[in-house]
Design a protein around this ligand. Structure first.
Ligand code: IMP
Length: 442
Protein backbone atom coordinates (compact mmCIF):
# COMPACT_ATOMS: atom_id res chain seq x y z
CA UNK A 1 0.00 0.00 0.00
CA UNK A 2 1.24 3.48 -0.78
CA UNK A 3 -0.03 6.91 0.15
CA UNK A 4 1.18 9.99 -1.68
CA UNK A 5 0.76 13.39 -0.05
CA UNK A 6 0.71 16.32 -2.47
CA UNK A 7 0.36 20.06 -1.99
CA UNK A 8 -2.60 21.29 -4.02
CA UNK A 9 -1.78 24.98 -3.98
CA UNK A 10 1.46 26.97 -3.74
CA UNK A 11 3.22 25.00 -1.02
CA UNK A 12 2.91 25.53 2.73
CA UNK A 13 -0.47 23.81 2.91
CA UNK A 14 0.53 22.05 6.13
CA UNK A 15 1.49 18.74 4.51
CA UNK A 16 3.76 17.96 7.45
CA UNK A 17 0.80 17.58 9.82
CA UNK A 18 -0.68 14.86 7.63
CA UNK A 19 2.64 13.16 7.00
CA UNK A 20 2.88 13.16 10.76
CA UNK A 21 -0.58 11.75 11.27
CA UNK A 22 -0.41 9.03 8.64
CA UNK A 23 3.35 8.44 8.75
CA UNK A 24 2.79 6.41 11.91
CA UNK A 25 1.37 3.57 9.82
CA UNK A 26 4.16 3.77 7.24
CA UNK A 27 7.38 1.80 7.28
CA UNK A 28 9.21 4.13 4.92
CA UNK A 29 8.68 7.84 4.27
CA UNK A 30 10.02 8.97 0.91
CA UNK A 31 10.69 12.44 -0.40
CA UNK A 32 10.65 12.40 -4.18
CA UNK A 33 11.55 15.95 -5.28
CA UNK A 34 12.93 19.26 -4.13
CA UNK A 35 15.67 19.80 -1.61
CA UNK A 36 16.30 22.01 1.38
CA UNK A 37 13.84 24.59 0.01
CA UNK A 38 11.08 22.73 1.86
CA UNK A 39 10.50 23.47 5.50
CA UNK A 40 8.58 21.38 7.96
CA UNK A 41 8.25 21.40 11.69
CA UNK A 42 7.76 18.08 13.45
CA UNK A 43 6.62 17.94 17.05
CA UNK A 44 7.42 14.67 18.77
CA UNK A 45 7.25 13.97 22.48
CA UNK A 46 6.85 17.68 23.19
CA UNK A 47 10.04 18.47 21.27
CA UNK A 48 9.99 20.60 18.14
CA UNK A 49 12.24 19.74 15.21
CA UNK A 50 12.64 22.06 12.23
CA UNK A 51 13.70 20.17 9.14
CA UNK A 52 14.13 21.18 5.54
CA UNK A 53 15.59 18.05 3.97
CA UNK A 54 15.41 15.01 6.23
CA UNK A 55 11.99 13.32 5.76
CA UNK A 56 9.93 13.89 8.88
CA UNK A 57 9.37 10.15 9.35
CA UNK A 58 13.03 9.83 10.31
CA UNK A 59 12.20 11.58 13.57
CA UNK A 60 9.73 8.81 14.33
CA UNK A 61 11.92 5.77 13.86
CA UNK A 62 10.87 5.30 10.25
CA UNK A 63 13.27 4.93 7.40
CA UNK A 64 13.45 8.24 5.55
CA UNK A 65 14.45 8.07 1.90
CA UNK A 66 15.54 10.97 -0.29
CA UNK A 67 14.61 9.68 -3.73
CA UNK A 68 16.46 10.19 -6.99
CA UNK A 69 14.17 13.11 -7.86
CA UNK A 70 15.53 15.13 -4.93
CA UNK A 71 18.45 17.52 -4.99
CA UNK A 72 20.58 17.03 -1.93
CA UNK A 73 22.73 19.57 -0.17
CA UNK A 74 25.07 17.40 1.94
CA UNK A 75 25.87 20.29 4.26
CA UNK A 76 22.19 20.61 5.18
CA UNK A 77 21.72 16.86 5.33
CA UNK A 78 24.57 16.33 7.79
CA UNK A 79 23.64 19.42 9.79
CA UNK A 80 20.12 18.11 10.30
CA UNK A 81 21.24 14.56 11.07
CA UNK A 82 23.88 15.79 13.54
CA UNK A 83 21.38 18.07 15.25
CA UNK A 84 18.87 15.24 15.59
CA UNK A 85 21.59 13.00 17.03
CA UNK A 86 22.64 15.66 19.51
CA UNK A 87 19.04 15.71 20.65
CA UNK A 88 19.10 11.99 21.30
CA UNK A 89 17.53 10.63 18.11
CA UNK A 90 19.01 8.17 15.69
CA UNK A 91 17.49 9.01 12.29
CA UNK A 92 17.75 6.37 9.57
CA UNK A 93 18.11 8.37 6.36
CA UNK A 94 18.89 6.82 2.98
CA UNK A 95 19.89 8.88 -0.01
CA UNK A 96 19.41 7.82 -3.63
CA UNK A 97 22.68 7.42 -5.50
CA UNK A 98 20.88 8.86 -8.52
CA UNK A 99 19.91 12.06 -6.69
CA UNK A 100 21.77 15.20 -7.72
CA UNK A 101 23.98 17.14 -5.36
CA UNK A 102 23.52 20.83 -4.65
CA UNK A 103 27.05 22.23 -4.80
CA UNK A 104 28.11 25.54 -3.23
CA UNK A 105 28.28 27.16 -6.68
CA UNK A 106 24.62 26.34 -7.27
CA UNK A 107 23.59 28.48 -4.34
CA UNK A 108 25.75 31.35 -5.54
CA UNK A 109 24.28 31.08 -9.04
CA UNK A 110 20.73 31.01 -7.64
CA UNK A 111 21.34 34.41 -6.04
CA UNK A 112 23.06 35.88 -9.08
CA UNK A 113 20.33 34.84 -11.47
CA UNK A 114 17.51 36.02 -9.24
CA UNK A 115 19.19 39.40 -9.01
CA UNK A 116 19.65 39.56 -12.77
CA UNK A 117 16.02 38.60 -13.39
CA UNK A 118 14.65 41.12 -10.92
CA UNK A 119 15.13 43.95 -13.46
CA UNK A 120 12.40 42.39 -15.58
CA UNK A 121 10.30 41.03 -12.71
CA UNK A 122 11.13 37.47 -13.69
CA UNK A 123 12.68 36.56 -10.35
CA UNK A 124 10.71 33.75 -8.73
CA UNK A 125 11.52 34.80 -5.17
CA UNK A 126 13.47 31.56 -4.70
CA UNK A 127 14.59 30.27 -1.35
CA UNK A 128 18.18 30.83 -2.49
CA UNK A 129 19.08 27.20 -1.85
CA UNK A 130 20.47 26.52 -5.33
CA UNK A 131 17.52 24.36 -6.33
CA UNK A 132 17.02 25.69 -9.88
CA UNK A 133 20.70 25.70 -10.89
CA UNK A 134 21.09 22.10 -9.65
CA UNK A 135 18.11 20.84 -11.64
CA UNK A 136 19.44 22.80 -14.64
CA UNK A 137 22.70 20.87 -14.45
CA UNK A 138 20.80 17.61 -14.05
CA UNK A 139 18.88 18.20 -17.28
CA UNK A 140 21.99 19.62 -18.95
CA UNK A 141 23.76 16.33 -18.16
CA UNK A 142 26.54 18.07 -16.29
CA UNK A 143 25.32 17.49 -12.75
CA UNK A 144 27.07 15.67 -9.93
CA UNK A 145 25.13 12.81 -8.42
CA UNK A 146 25.33 11.32 -4.96
CA UNK A 147 26.83 8.18 -6.51
CA UNK A 148 29.64 10.28 -8.02
CA UNK A 149 30.74 11.37 -4.55
CA UNK A 150 31.60 7.77 -3.73
CA UNK A 151 34.39 7.65 -6.32
CA UNK A 152 36.99 10.43 -5.93
CA UNK A 153 38.25 9.99 -9.52
CA UNK A 154 34.79 10.33 -11.02
CA UNK A 155 34.11 13.30 -8.77
CA UNK A 156 37.26 15.05 -9.95
CA UNK A 157 36.45 14.38 -13.58
CA UNK A 158 32.95 15.84 -13.18
CA UNK A 159 34.19 18.89 -11.28
CA UNK A 160 36.94 19.59 -13.79
CA UNK A 161 34.37 19.67 -16.56
CA UNK A 162 31.69 21.76 -14.92
CA UNK A 163 33.38 24.18 -12.52
CA UNK A 164 35.39 26.16 -15.12
CA UNK A 165 32.14 26.68 -17.05
CA UNK A 166 30.42 28.03 -13.97
CA UNK A 167 33.38 30.27 -13.23
CA UNK A 168 33.26 31.68 -16.77
CA UNK A 169 29.53 32.22 -16.45
CA UNK A 170 29.94 34.25 -13.28
CA UNK A 171 32.90 36.24 -14.52
CA UNK A 172 32.17 36.73 -18.21
CA UNK A 173 28.39 36.76 -18.40
CA UNK A 174 27.50 38.36 -15.07
CA UNK A 175 30.78 40.29 -14.63
CA UNK A 176 31.23 39.22 -11.02
CA UNK A 177 34.04 37.61 -9.05
CA UNK A 178 33.87 33.85 -8.62
CA UNK A 179 34.83 32.92 -5.06
CA UNK A 180 35.98 29.78 -3.31
CA UNK A 181 32.71 28.07 -4.29
CA UNK A 182 34.30 27.70 -7.73
CA UNK A 183 37.61 26.14 -6.63
CA UNK A 184 37.92 22.58 -7.96
CA UNK A 185 40.46 21.39 -5.38
CA UNK A 186 38.54 22.75 -2.40
CA UNK A 187 35.30 21.28 -3.73
CA UNK A 188 36.92 17.94 -4.36
CA UNK A 189 38.31 17.77 -0.85
CA UNK A 190 34.99 18.61 0.82
CA UNK A 191 32.77 16.46 -1.37
CA UNK A 192 35.02 13.38 -1.49
CA UNK A 193 34.80 13.51 2.31
CA UNK A 194 31.00 13.71 2.00
CA UNK A 195 31.16 10.54 -0.11
CA UNK A 196 33.27 8.81 2.53
CA UNK A 197 30.82 9.70 5.26
CA UNK A 198 27.80 8.60 3.23
CA UNK A 199 29.52 5.30 2.54
CA UNK A 200 30.75 4.75 6.09
CA UNK A 201 27.27 5.35 7.46
CA UNK A 202 25.69 3.11 4.81
CA UNK A 203 23.36 5.86 3.70
CA UNK A 204 23.30 5.51 -0.06
CA UNK A 205 20.78 3.34 -1.90
CA UNK A 206 19.36 2.62 -5.31
CA UNK A 207 16.04 4.08 -4.23
CA UNK A 208 13.91 2.30 -6.85
CA UNK A 209 15.21 -1.15 -5.93
CA UNK A 210 15.14 -0.40 -2.21
CA UNK A 211 11.53 0.77 -2.30
CA UNK A 212 10.39 -1.93 -4.70
CA UNK A 213 11.71 -4.67 -2.41
CA UNK A 214 10.02 -3.18 0.62
CA UNK A 215 6.78 -2.76 -1.26
CA UNK A 216 6.91 -6.39 -2.43
CA UNK A 217 7.39 -7.43 1.19
CA UNK A 218 4.11 -5.72 2.03
CA UNK A 219 5.58 -2.68 3.76
CA UNK A 220 3.70 0.62 3.67
CA UNK A 221 5.27 3.49 1.75
CA UNK A 222 4.39 7.13 2.29
CA UNK A 223 5.48 9.50 -0.47
CA UNK A 224 5.89 13.00 0.87
CA UNK A 225 5.65 15.74 -1.76
CA UNK A 226 7.27 19.09 -1.08
CA UNK A 227 6.01 22.47 -2.38
CA UNK A 228 2.70 22.40 -4.30
CA UNK A 229 1.03 21.76 -7.66
CA UNK A 230 0.86 25.41 -8.68
CA UNK A 231 4.62 25.76 -8.36
CA UNK A 232 5.28 22.51 -10.24
CA UNK A 233 7.72 23.09 -13.11
CA UNK A 234 5.23 21.62 -15.61
CA UNK A 235 1.82 22.36 -14.11
CA UNK A 236 2.52 25.53 -12.18
CA UNK A 237 2.62 29.25 -12.82
CA UNK A 238 5.79 29.18 -14.88
CA UNK A 239 8.26 30.89 -14.52
CA UNK A 240 7.35 31.60 -10.86
CA UNK A 241 7.76 27.95 -9.99
CA UNK A 242 10.19 25.60 -8.36
CA UNK A 243 12.30 23.41 -10.64
CA UNK A 244 10.82 19.99 -9.84
CA UNK A 245 7.52 18.10 -10.00
CA UNK A 246 5.60 18.10 -6.72
CA UNK A 247 2.71 16.42 -8.59
CA UNK A 248 2.10 12.73 -8.01
CA UNK A 249 2.64 11.52 -11.57
CA UNK A 250 5.87 13.17 -12.64
CA UNK A 251 7.06 13.36 -9.06
CA UNK A 252 6.32 10.36 -6.90
CA UNK A 253 6.99 7.62 -9.44
CA UNK A 254 9.86 9.13 -11.43
CA UNK A 255 11.41 10.72 -8.36
CA UNK A 256 11.53 7.56 -6.30
CA UNK A 257 12.01 4.83 -8.88
CA UNK A 258 8.84 2.81 -8.32
CA UNK A 259 6.41 2.34 -11.20
CA UNK A 260 3.43 4.65 -11.78
CA UNK A 261 1.12 1.71 -11.12
CA UNK A 262 2.52 1.39 -7.60
CA UNK A 263 1.69 5.03 -6.89
CA UNK A 264 -1.58 4.83 -8.82
CA UNK A 265 -2.88 1.77 -7.01
CA UNK A 266 -2.41 3.63 -3.75
CA UNK A 267 -4.01 6.77 -2.39
CA UNK A 268 -3.12 10.26 -3.59
CA UNK A 269 -4.16 12.82 -1.01
CA UNK A 270 -4.23 16.52 -1.85
CA UNK A 271 -3.49 18.88 0.99
CA UNK A 272 -5.49 22.09 0.87
CA UNK A 273 -5.09 25.16 3.04
CA UNK A 274 -8.51 26.74 3.71
CA UNK A 275 -7.21 29.97 2.16
CA UNK A 276 -4.17 30.83 0.06
CA UNK A 277 -0.66 31.83 1.00
CA UNK A 278 2.38 32.44 -1.14
CA UNK A 279 6.01 33.26 -0.36
CA UNK A 280 7.18 33.85 -3.91
CA UNK A 281 6.48 36.42 -6.59
CA UNK A 282 4.04 36.39 -9.52
CA UNK A 283 0.30 37.05 -9.89
CA UNK A 284 -2.25 35.89 -7.32
CA UNK A 285 -5.85 36.61 -8.43
CA UNK A 286 -7.50 36.10 -5.04
CA UNK A 287 -4.83 38.01 -3.11
CA UNK A 288 -6.13 40.23 -0.30
CA UNK A 289 -4.72 43.63 -1.15
CA UNK A 290 -5.79 47.27 -0.93
CA UNK A 291 -8.75 47.64 1.44
CA UNK A 292 -8.41 43.97 2.36
CA UNK A 293 -4.87 44.34 3.68
CA UNK A 294 -5.91 44.47 7.38
CA UNK A 295 -7.72 41.17 6.80
CA UNK A 296 -4.59 39.71 5.18
CA UNK A 297 -2.53 40.90 8.17
CA UNK A 298 -4.98 39.25 10.55
CA UNK A 299 -4.88 35.91 8.69
CA UNK A 300 -1.10 36.08 8.34
CA UNK A 301 -0.60 36.59 12.07
CA UNK A 302 -3.20 34.06 13.14
CA UNK A 303 -2.04 31.43 10.67
CA UNK A 304 1.66 32.02 11.36
CA UNK A 305 2.16 32.71 7.67
CA UNK A 306 5.89 33.33 7.61
CA UNK A 307 8.25 31.14 5.55
CA UNK A 308 9.72 28.18 7.46
CA UNK A 309 12.93 28.26 5.45
CA UNK A 310 13.34 31.99 4.88
CA UNK A 311 11.10 33.66 7.51
CA UNK A 312 9.52 35.83 4.78
CA UNK A 313 5.96 37.09 5.42
CA UNK A 314 3.61 35.26 3.06
CA UNK A 315 1.09 36.91 0.75
CA UNK A 316 -2.49 35.97 1.63
CA UNK A 317 -5.57 35.34 -0.52
CA UNK A 318 -8.98 33.68 -0.48
CA UNK A 319 -9.13 30.05 -1.49
CA UNK A 320 -8.61 29.78 -5.24
CA UNK A 321 -10.95 27.03 -6.42
CA UNK A 322 -9.85 26.92 -10.09
CA UNK A 323 -6.39 26.19 -8.70
CA UNK A 324 -7.79 23.28 -6.70
CA UNK A 325 -9.67 21.84 -9.68
CA UNK A 326 -6.43 22.02 -11.66
CA UNK A 327 -4.56 20.22 -8.87
CA UNK A 328 -7.22 17.53 -8.53
CA UNK A 329 -7.00 16.74 -12.22
CA UNK A 330 -3.19 16.89 -12.46
CA UNK A 331 -2.74 14.59 -9.46
CA UNK A 332 -5.85 12.42 -9.52
CA UNK A 333 -6.69 13.00 -5.88
CA UNK A 334 -8.43 10.13 -4.14
CA UNK A 335 -9.01 12.28 -1.07
CA UNK A 336 -8.17 15.68 0.39
CA UNK A 337 -7.23 17.14 3.75
CA UNK A 338 -8.22 20.72 4.52
CA UNK A 339 -5.97 22.58 6.93
CA UNK A 340 -6.14 25.83 8.90
CA UNK A 341 -9.94 25.92 9.00
CA UNK A 342 -9.68 27.56 12.43
CA UNK A 343 -7.75 30.52 10.99
CA UNK A 344 -10.87 31.67 9.11
CA UNK A 345 -13.06 31.50 12.23
CA UNK A 346 -14.53 34.71 13.61
CA UNK A 347 -14.21 36.71 10.38
CA UNK A 348 -16.98 39.04 9.19
CA UNK A 349 -16.92 37.47 5.78
CA UNK A 350 -15.55 34.33 4.17
CA UNK A 351 -15.12 34.21 0.41
CA UNK A 352 -13.59 31.92 -2.17
CA UNK A 353 -12.57 32.52 -5.75
CA UNK A 354 -15.06 30.12 -7.35
CA UNK A 355 -14.09 30.84 -10.98
CA UNK A 356 -12.19 33.41 -13.01
CA UNK A 357 -13.52 36.14 -15.28
CA UNK A 358 -11.07 35.90 -18.14
CA UNK A 359 -11.18 37.88 -21.38
CA UNK A 360 -14.95 38.25 -21.22
CA UNK A 361 -15.81 34.69 -20.25
CA UNK A 362 -15.93 32.65 -17.09
CA UNK A 363 -13.49 29.77 -16.66
CA UNK A 364 -13.29 27.18 -13.89
CA UNK A 365 -9.67 26.09 -14.11
CA UNK A 366 -6.27 27.73 -14.43
CA UNK A 367 -5.18 29.04 -17.82
CA UNK A 368 -1.87 27.77 -19.18
CA UNK A 369 0.25 30.90 -19.09
CA UNK A 370 1.02 33.13 -16.19
CA UNK A 371 0.27 36.20 -18.31
CA UNK A 372 -3.25 34.83 -18.85
CA UNK A 373 -3.55 34.03 -15.15
CA UNK A 374 -2.61 37.62 -14.38
CA UNK A 375 -5.61 38.79 -16.44
CA UNK A 376 -7.98 36.60 -14.42
CA UNK A 377 -10.32 38.36 -12.01
CA UNK A 378 -11.74 36.11 -9.31
CA UNK A 379 -15.48 35.43 -9.41
CA UNK A 380 -16.04 35.43 -5.68
CA UNK A 381 -18.55 33.31 -3.81
CA UNK A 382 -19.45 34.23 -0.27
CA UNK A 383 -20.03 31.85 2.63
CA UNK A 384 -21.68 32.48 5.96
CA UNK A 385 -18.83 32.99 8.44
CA UNK A 386 -18.34 30.65 11.35
CA UNK A 387 -17.58 31.64 14.93
CA UNK A 388 -14.42 31.22 16.92
CA UNK A 389 -14.82 28.11 19.08
CA UNK A 390 -12.70 25.91 21.31
CA UNK A 391 -10.98 24.02 18.51
CA UNK A 392 -9.24 21.60 20.84
CA UNK A 393 -12.63 20.51 22.10
CA UNK A 394 -13.94 20.31 18.54
CA UNK A 395 -10.97 18.13 17.56
CA UNK A 396 -11.72 15.81 20.47
CA UNK A 397 -15.38 15.51 19.55
CA UNK A 398 -14.80 15.01 15.85
CA UNK A 399 -16.15 16.23 12.53
CA UNK A 400 -19.73 16.75 13.70
CA UNK A 401 -18.55 19.35 16.22
CA UNK A 402 -17.19 21.64 13.51
CA UNK A 403 -19.49 24.69 13.22
CA UNK A 404 -22.16 24.10 10.60
CA UNK A 405 -21.12 26.97 8.32
CA UNK A 406 -17.58 25.65 8.25
CA UNK A 407 -18.90 22.20 7.32
CA UNK A 408 -20.84 23.80 4.46
CA UNK A 409 -17.55 25.32 3.31
CA UNK A 410 -15.80 21.94 3.52
CA UNK A 411 -18.60 20.20 1.61
CA UNK A 412 -18.33 22.81 -1.13
CA UNK A 413 -14.55 22.31 -1.44
CA UNK A 414 -14.90 18.53 -1.53
CA UNK A 415 -17.59 18.72 -4.24
CA UNK A 416 -15.58 21.10 -6.41
CA UNK A 417 -12.43 19.01 -6.11
CA UNK A 418 -14.37 15.80 -6.63
CA UNK A 419 -12.72 13.95 -3.75
CA UNK A 420 -13.81 13.11 -0.21
CA UNK A 421 -12.38 14.78 2.86
CA UNK A 422 -9.97 12.54 4.73
CA UNK A 423 -8.93 15.04 7.41
CA UNK A 424 -9.49 18.57 8.66
CA UNK A 425 -6.87 20.61 10.46
CA UNK A 426 -8.25 22.94 13.14
CA UNK A 427 -5.03 23.82 14.92
CA UNK A 428 -1.28 23.31 14.79
CA UNK A 429 -0.97 20.30 17.14
CA UNK A 430 -1.22 16.75 15.94
CA UNK A 431 -4.26 16.26 18.18
CA UNK A 432 -5.98 19.11 16.34
CA UNK A 433 -6.30 17.22 13.07
CA UNK A 434 -9.68 15.54 12.75
CA UNK A 435 -9.35 12.32 10.83
CA UNK A 436 -12.28 11.02 8.79
CA UNK A 437 -10.38 8.39 6.84
CA UNK A 438 -6.90 6.90 7.26
CA UNK A 439 -5.70 6.48 3.65
CA UNK A 440 -3.66 3.40 4.62
CA UNK A 441 -6.94 1.75 5.58
CA UNK A 442 -9.05 2.35 2.50
P1 IMP B 1 13.15 27.51 -5.27
O1 IMP B 1 12.44 26.23 -5.08
O2 IMP B 1 13.98 27.92 -4.10
O3 IMP B 1 13.92 27.54 -6.57
O4 IMP B 1 12.04 28.67 -5.40
C1 IMP B 1 11.18 28.74 -6.53
C2 IMP B 1 9.79 29.19 -6.12
O5 IMP B 1 9.19 28.17 -5.32
C3 IMP B 1 9.77 30.45 -5.29
O6 IMP B 1 8.60 31.18 -5.61
C4 IMP B 1 9.70 29.93 -3.87
O7 IMP B 1 9.11 30.87 -3.00
C5 IMP B 1 8.81 28.71 -4.06
N1 IMP B 1 9.04 27.68 -3.03
C6 IMP B 1 10.09 26.83 -2.94
N2 IMP B 1 9.95 26.02 -1.88
C7 IMP B 1 8.77 26.33 -1.31
C8 IMP B 1 8.07 25.81 -0.19
O8 IMP B 1 8.47 24.86 0.50
N3 IMP B 1 6.88 26.41 0.09
C9 IMP B 1 6.36 27.43 -0.65
N4 IMP B 1 7.00 27.94 -1.71
C10 IMP B 1 8.18 27.40 -2.04
Amino acid sequence: MTVTIVGSQLGDEGKGALVDLWGGAADVVVRYQGGDNAGHTVVEGGEEYKLSLVPSGAVRDKIGVLGNGCVVNPRTLFDEIDTLRERGLDPDVRVAERAHVIMPYHRVLDGIEEEAKSDSDLDAGTTGRGIGPTYEDKVGRRGIRVGDLLDPDVLRERLEYVVPQKRTLVEEVFGLDAGEEFDVDALHEEYAAVGTRLETEGMTVDSGTFLHERHERGEQLLFEGAQGTSIDIDHGIYPYVTSSNPTAGGGAAVGSGVGPTVVGRGEVVGIVKAYLSRVGTGPLPTELVGDDEPLADHIREKGGEFGTVTGRPRRIGWLDVPMLRHAARANGFTGIAVNHLDVLAGLDEVKVGHAYAFDGREIETMPTTTEQWERCEPVLKEFEPWPEVDWTAVAEEGYGAIPENARTYLDYVSTEVGAPIYAVGVGPDRAETIELQDPFET
